[in-house]
Write a protein that binds this ligand. Structure first.
Ligand code: MN
Length: 253
């Protein structure tokens, strides 16, 4: 049986090639897999599941994109693949309604799951980037249920405006840079592995795909980092029974 892990697709209406590539990948690659884990930043931005109500009336086009992607994931799930969604720092407001539409289960960050008979720690990865203190302060706020409820209580039009404002402020082309330029804090990685009693961590977020060997209290361990998808290239981690998790890039076009 095959399990697939992906992250950081940053799906958005502006990159329809990437979306098309992802939908093909679902059909050709993911269908038949035992499980698919999406480890955050699946969407470039998410202002709340009620966006789905707008349909074609969403001026950003995100509602239609989300409905299309949810329907494709649901087909995969109905075909027998377990679909798991973890929040990223872009789509932390993704909720149960979207998950249900996608036939998916929301997975807490962090989670320890069994992959190919071994326990593996899964995270989005932003919580490991503790040197970015301004972001960590925002993260604490953004993960606070009361703050989230306040935001979600705002009219959709205001939330769309707020999202646009935040994006304009950070500069459209560089909207990822400030957070993505920061890498994980090595000591946080060791602490996370130690705290969860596992020797393997898989995460995304940093857009620095790699397999790192490290030591936790003298014991070999490793950290696999998923890459961010581009219109012509995707990244996946594959776990097959009896094999080590394997990170690989593949052409998307
Ligand atoms: Mn991220």
């Amino acid at each position: 049986m095959t399990t697939l892990l992906i992250s950081d697709l940053h799906l958005q209406p502006a990159t329809s090639e990437l979306t098309d590539g992802f939908l093909r990948w679902l059909d050709e690659r993911a269908s038949g897999a035992e499980a698919l884990y999406i480890l955050g930043d699946f969407f470039e931005a998410w202002i709340g599941d009620d966006l789905l109500d707008l349909g074609a009336g969403d001026p950003t086009g995100t509602a239609e994109l989300a409905a299309r992607v949810a329907a494709a994931l649901k087909r995969l799930a109905e075909g027998g693949t377990a679909v798991y969604l973890m929040h990223g720092n872009r789509d932390f407001l993704l909720g149960e309604r979207f998950a249900t539409a996608a036939g998916a289960r929301l997975l807490p960050d962090p989670s320890v799951v069994t992959l190919g008979d071994r326990p593996v720690l899964l995270m989005h990865g932003d919580s490991l980037c503790t040197r970015d203190e301004a972001y960590m302060a925002f993260r604490r706020q953004a993960r606070d249920p009361q703050w989230q409820a306040q935001i979600l209580a705002m009219p959709i039009a205001e939330r769309l405006q707020l999202a646009k404002q935040l994006r304009d402020q950070s500069g459209e082309a560089n909207s990822n840079k400030a957070e993505d330029i920061m890498d994980v804090t090595p000591e946080e990685v060791v602490a996370a592995l130690r705290d969860h009693g596992v020797d393997t961590l898989i995460h995304g977020h940093t857009h620095r795909p790699a397999a790192h060997d490290l030591q936790v209290d003298g014991t070999p361990a490793r950290r696999l980092v998923l890459g961010d998808w581009q219109p012509d290239q995707g990244w996946e981690i594959v776990v097959e029974d009896g094999t080590e998790p394997r990170l690989q890039a593949f052409p998307l076009a």
